[in-house]
Design a protein around this ligand. Sequence first.
Ligand code: DQA
Length: 138
Amino acid sequence: MIHGANLSLLGEREPAVYGTMTLAQLDAEIAREAEMLGISVTTGQYEGEGEIVGALHRARLECEGVVLNPGAYAHYSYAIADAIASIAIPVVEVHLSNTAAREDFRRRSVTAAACRGVVAGFGADSYRLALRALAKKA
Ligand code: DQA
């Protein structure tokens, strides 16, 4: 599970858009879902683009799949898109908010094109759905 830029501030960050759940609470929900699915999950949050690229590289050696919320990098990071395309394991992109229904710049995800699929708009459930999709594929 890779959480990208600014997701460390969940809970206090634009609660009308992203809700009041903190990242620690979200990670606890994710861990509960993983336990139900019988899979193990490791999570990390990274503010930097290069750190996310590095986490994707490591994941290819340590994991069977990745759930990734790139944050705003989704909208312009070709380095992260290339990293996703460079690794053989499936990556599912998630967004808490429905990016298609927001500002113009959020409507396009350059990273999504390299992903196996995308789940957006369901808050914490976006992550649960992505985990389920990966658990089926793995
Ligand atoms: C987000 C949507 C992005 O547009 C935004 O930059 C974020 C959060 C989401 O989860 O809804 O940081 O990825």
